[in-house]
Ligand binder design. Structure first.
Ligand code: GSH
Length: 217
C-alpha cells in the first residue's frame, strides 16, 4: 500500500492519514510529491484524480481525500477501530471531523501548518480568533467527556481515533503560533506532540529544505 503525501513541513491534509497509519501500525510505503514545484502538476496527474494529495493506492484501488482515505483504512485495516466504538461517540467524532474538513478557512489561511517554524504569535483576524475559540470548545468538550469514560483520557474520544489524526494539524498550528489555550487543551496538545509517530513526521519535516513562500507567515 502506498500513501502519496506532500511536503511534511506543510501538508496538513497528508499528515492525517499518515499519522493514523503510523500510530496504529498499518504498514505502508510513503511517496512524497513536492508541492508547488514546476513538476507538481505532472506528478499529480500520474497519481491523483483530484490533483491533490494525500492519495492512497492499495491493490489497484486509488483513494483520494484525507477523510475518504481514513474511512477506507478504518474499514479495510482497522476493523472499525479507527472511530470510537459507541454510536454516540462515533457520531460526535464524525461531526467534528466533518466540521474540520469543511471549515475553519481563516485558520487555514492565516496560520498555515509549518512544522519547522520558530514558535511565535502572529496577529490574527477576528474570524480566525472566532474559529480558534470554536476549536477550543470542541477540544474541551471532547476531553471532558473522554475523561468520563473508562479508557485512557489522553485522546479526544478515550482511545486514539481518526478525530485525533484530523485535529493534529491544528495542534501543530496552535503550538507554533502560540495560541492561548486552557490547561486541559494544553495537556492534550503536549501529549499529541510527543507521540512517537508524530516525532518521526516532525524530524522528517525539519530535514526538508523546500520552502513554500506563501506558507511562511
Ligand atoms: N480535501 C482534500 C484537500 C487536499 C489538499 O488540498 N491537498 C493539498 C496539499 S496539503 C494539495 O494537494 N494542494 C495542491 C494544489 O492545491 O494544487 C483532502 O482532505 O485530502
Amino acid at each position: 500500500m502506498q500513501l502519496v503525501i506532500g511536503n511534511k513541513n506543510y501538508s496538513s491534509w497528508s499528515l492525517r492519514p499518515w499519522l493514523l497509519m503510523q500510530h496504529l501500525s498499518v504498514s505502508f510505503e510513503e511517496r512524497k510529491l513536492w508541492l508547488f514545484t514546476e513538476q507538481m502538476k505532472a506528478h499529480m496527474q500520474q497519481v491523483s484524480p483530484s490533483l491533490k494529495v494525500p492519495v492512497l493506492i492499495d491493490n489497484g484501488l486509488t483513494i483520494w481525500d484525507s477523510l475518504a482515505i481514513c474511512e477506507y483504512l478504518n474499514d479495510q485495516y482497522l476493523r472499525g477501530e479507527g472511530w470510537p466504538q459507541q454510536i454516540a461517540a462515533k457520531a460526535q467524532a464524525r461531526s467534528i471531523c466533518a466540521e474540520m474538513h469543511a471549515g475553519f478557512f481563516a485558520v487555514r489561511e492565516e496560520m498555515p501548518m509549518n512544522v519547522r517554524r520558530e514558535k511565535a504569535a502572529i496577529v490574527l483576524s477576528d474570524q480566525a480568533n472566532t474559529e480558534i475559540q470554536r476549536i477550543i470548545t470542541i477540544f474541551s468538550q471532547c476531553l471532558d467527556k473522554s475523561k468520563e469514560g473508562d479508557s485512557a483520557t489522553e485522546y479526544l474520544f478515550g482511545d486514539f481515533s481518526i478525530a485525533d489524526a484530523f485535529f493534529m494539524p491544528i495542534v501543530i498550528r496552535f503550538s507554533i503560533y502560540q495560541i492561548q489555550v486552557p490547561e486541559n487543551v494544553k495537556q492534550y496538545m503536549q501529549h499529541m506532540l510527543s507521540l512517537p509517530a508524530y516525532k518521526i513526521w516532525q524530524a522528517d519535516a525539519i530535514a526538508e529544505t523546500a520552502v513554500i513562500a506563501v506558507a511562511e507567515v
